[in-house]
Every structure is written in C-alpha cells, then in structure tokens.
Design a protein around this ligand. Structure first.
Ligand code: UDX
Length: 458
C-alpha cells in the first residue's frame, strides 16, 4: 500500500465527489473544490448533492476524521497538493464534440498555485490529445499532466471506485504515471500504465464498446420478437459463455445517461476528424434511436389492437398514458439523456397526455405539473418544451395509472416489480402494459387480464 498523499479534487460532481470520498477512504488527505455555491453549502453542512449508495456515510466519516475538506476555489484546493485531480464536466457541443471550456478554466485556475513538481491528473473524459492541451494551458515545465480515466457507474460510484476492475494511467512521464497508480494501491486492482493518448482512447472505447453490446442486444430482442424466440433464455445461453459474460445484456428502451450518448457522439466526431468513418459506431447510435421509436411503436400497436382500430389509425392520439420511471436507469435520480424522456416526448407528440410517476421526483405543485429539474433536463435535451403541457407528475404509481389507457414502464425500479396487478387492473381504463425493461412477469400479467408487451420475449 502506498503512503498517504495530499490530494486536490477539482469539482464535486458525479465523478469528483465519489473520487474525493474514496481517495480519503484510502487514507489520503483530500481538499475538494466546488465552485457552485449552492452545492458547496450542501457539502459544508454535511450533506451530499447527488444520490450515490454509501456516499453520504463516506463523506461524513472522512470529514469527521479530518481527511476530507471542501473549499470554494480550485487554486485554494491545489495550493498544498501533490496530486490535483481534474473532475470537471466535458459536455457535448451541438456538433458532437466535447466542450473543454470547464477543463481549461480549471487548468488556468490551478496553474499559479500548484506546488513545484505537483502532478495534475485528468479524470474528465476528454478528446484524445487533451492531456497535452491541459499541459499547455498550465504552461509550467515542472508540472506533469497524467490521464487517469474513470469507469464508475452512477448509483454505485463509491463501490466502483473502491473496487475497480482496473486502474488506467497514461502519461509521457512513466514515473509520474506510476506514482498516480500507487495512490490506488489499496484497491489491489490491476494497473495499466500507458501513454496519455492511449489512456484517453481506452475511456472512449470502454463506453462505446458497452453501448455497442447494448445496441446489439436491443437488436437481438427485435430479432427474437420477429422469430418467436425468448431473449431471456438467449441471455442465459450467452451469459454462461465466459468470453461474453452476463453484464450488459439486458434489452431495454435504449441506453442513456451522462456518458454513453455523449461519448459515442464524441468518439464518432474524433474518428471522423481523424479520417476514419467508424460505420459500426454510427449503426450503434442509430440502433439506439430506433429502439426508443420501437417502444413507442409497441404502445401504438397494442392500443390499436386493443381498441380494434384500423392499421392506419393512431392508437396513441387522445389517450392518457401512465408512465412509470423517468430516470435513465434505476438507482439514480439522474434524468440526463434519459431514454424515458425521449420516449415521453414522442408519445406526447403523437397526441397523448402523460401521467408520470418517478420515485426520485416529487411533484412541486398542481400548477407546476412537472418539476423544474425535469423541465430543465427536457430543454437541455432539445425536446419541445410545449409538449410538457400534456404531462403531469404524480406522487404515487397508482395515481399515474388511474384513468389511463395504458401503462408504459420505462425504468427498472424494484418497487415496480412488486406492483399489485389486481389494483393496477382496476386503475387502468384499458388493460395494456408495455414493459420496456422486462420487469413484470408476463404470465402473471396475462392471468390478471392484461395485454402485456415486453421487449424480445413472448
Ligand atoms: C456508464 C459506464 O458503465 C461507466 O463505466 C462510465 O464511467 C460512465 O458511463 P452509467 O452512465 O452510470 O455508467 O450507466 P450504466 O449502468 O453503464 O448504464 C448505461 C445505460 O445502459 C443506462 O441507460 C442503462 O439503463 C442501460 N443498460 C445497462 C441497459 O439497457 N441494459 C443493461 O444490461 C445495462
């Protein structure tokens, strides 16, 4: 195990805060900078602004034991540090490329206060070659910049950081790279030391590979529907093959979140700029867009059949649709690039109204209809804000389904697995369920009188 180091973490977001808490848990002394005054106030009063299993306990324990403090400015955090971790956002620009302005600003802020010989560690996901850019922005010969991409998942970020599958560190200066690797010695994870561009490439390729696996499985689910096979058993038959494994085989409404959509677009942009067309990646992205359309298509077809409408009629227009789950996956309160929101927009655009329940969102007031957080995310995804006039957030799953013509289940929250089908049947005007996460038991749903449509299964 390496000796404790003095570490600064710039940014207390989804990556920075779990990183700060786990570096402190490993014995290092961490100063974490958060420039947003609201978030800083939350942290200073002993709370955390994001929902992550084990994060609140870890932060409170490390603050109490004196290994973790929160400061306002990046330069203050960096002043005494041997290692400075950059954990600032790199959002997607309209052309798909990554916006590096937060990273450049943070680099400028720390450049004056860095101790001689300090190592700057870039954790933000950045275009290949950006480690150099940070080095140039800092502009000091005595400062080495190292790439150390994160692979943590939202919701399990603390666990993922404490027991990572591997640590990747990339730099021209291999000695500095090894020192950064040693900070994580307590995890016992294999260490991959490489150059900066390769480390940056690994990060993009890991996320796009996982997105590829998911798009492939969503396509396999469509195939299963076409040939009458059951994707659940296909998953069993695949997963036991150790070369394939069980992870990331579950079909769903499409993948989303703060990383996959942004990183697939960014890698496509990087490849195209570099003269490689990357056709498979294009198809992976298109398949994901298609998957969201397919879910809306399932709802349309199910309602049309149930209401005995003709092939040319719109089954969705004029109906009330209950939606359960809006976050991009269960276990997080994050709505960023949630497939559920894109699907809701399509259902609203087809002329329905939506009554939605999401366990992590509380209705603000009857007049507000949807909370500000949802409206903000909706707008930043470029969805038509006027469509939100047709949507209302409810406080319980049952108040969403009461009087609705169909239930559309979009996020795999456990509480939905335990739904009382009898009372759901009584709530809905039409007994139609489209389960985009395959969480309900089709046999039980059909016995309760529902027309049940899952993904890739009979
Ligand atoms: C992802 C990567 O897993 C992580 O390594 C990286 O650091 C950040 O991006 P995260 O965005 O938290 O993490 O979500 P993840 O759990 O990977 O899920 C991504 C999307 O894939 C979600 O929309 C999820 O619902 C979907 N998914 C995942 C499926 O549809 N099926 C699955 O089997 C797994």
């Amino acid at each position: 195990m390496g000796s404790p180091a003095r570490v600064a973490v710039i940014g207390a977001g989804h990556v920075g805060l779990p990183t700060a808490a786990t570096l402190a848990t490993m014995g290092h002394v961490v100063s974490c900078a958060e420039s947003n005054s609201e978030r800083l106030a939350i942290l200073r009063r002993g709370d955390v602004p994001i929902f992550e299993v084990g994060l609140l306990d870890a932060v409170r324990r490390e603050v109490r034991d004196g290994r973790l403090t929160f400061v306002e400015t990046a330069s203050e955090a960096a002043a005494d540090a041997e290692f400075v971790f950059m954990c600032v956002p790199t959002p997607e620009r309209p052309d798909g490329s990554a916006d590096l302005s937060f990273l450049e600003r943070a680099a400028r802020q720390v450049s004056q206060s860095l101790r001689p010989g300090a190592v700057v560690v870039n954790k933000s996901t950045v275009p290949i070659g950006s480690t150099r850019l940070v080095e140039e922005t800092i502009g000091r010969r005595d400062i080495v910049v190292v790439s150390n991409p994160e692979f943590l998942r939202e919701g399990t970020a603390v666990l993922d950081s404490l027991s990572p599958d591997r640590i990747v560190v990339g730099a021209d200066d291999q000695e500095a790279a090894a020192r950064v690797g040693a900070l994580f010695g307590a995890t016992g994870a294999p260490l991959v030391v490489t150059d900066a561009a390769t480390a940056e490439t690994i990060k993009y390729v890991a996320n796009t590979f996982l997105a590829t696996k998911l798009s492939f499985m969503n396509a396999v689910a469509a195939l299963c529907e076409a040939v009458g096979a059951d994707v659940r058993d296909v998953i069993l038959g695949l997963g036991y093959d150790r070369r394939i494994g069980f992870d990331f085989l579950r079909p769903g409404p499409g993948w989303g979140g703060s990383c996959f959509p942004k990183d697939t677009q960014a890698l496509l942009h990087i490849a195209t700029e570099a003269g490689y067309d990357f056709p498979i990646l294009r198809t992976v992205i298109e398949t994901n867009t298609d998957q969201m359309r397919r879910i809306v298509g399932k709802l349309d077809t199910a309602l049309r059949k149930h209401l005995r409408l003709s092939e040319t009629e719109n089954g969705i227009a004029g109906r009330v649709v209950a939606v359960w789950g809006l976050t991009f996956k269960a276990g997080t309160d994050d709505l960023r690039e949630s497939p559920a929101l894109r699907i809701c927009a399509q259902v609203l655009a087809a002329g329905a109204t939506i009554r939605a329940f999401e366990p992590t969102l509380t209705p603000e007031s009857a007049e507000a209809k949807v909370p500000r957080a949802l409206r903000r995310e909706w707008n930043s995804m470029g969805l038509d804000e006027s469509l939100l006039d047709g949507m209302v957030l409810t406080a319980t799953p049952s108040s969403a389904s009461q009087g609705a013509s169909a239930l559309l289940l979009l996020t795999e929250w456990d509480e939905f697995r335990r739904a009382q089908l009898g009372s759901l049947r009584a709530d809905l005007l039409e007994p139609v369920i489209v389960d985009a996460r395959n969480v309900l038991d089709p046999g039980a749903a059909r016995s309760a009188g529902f027309t049940y449509i899952g993904v890739g299964r009979p």
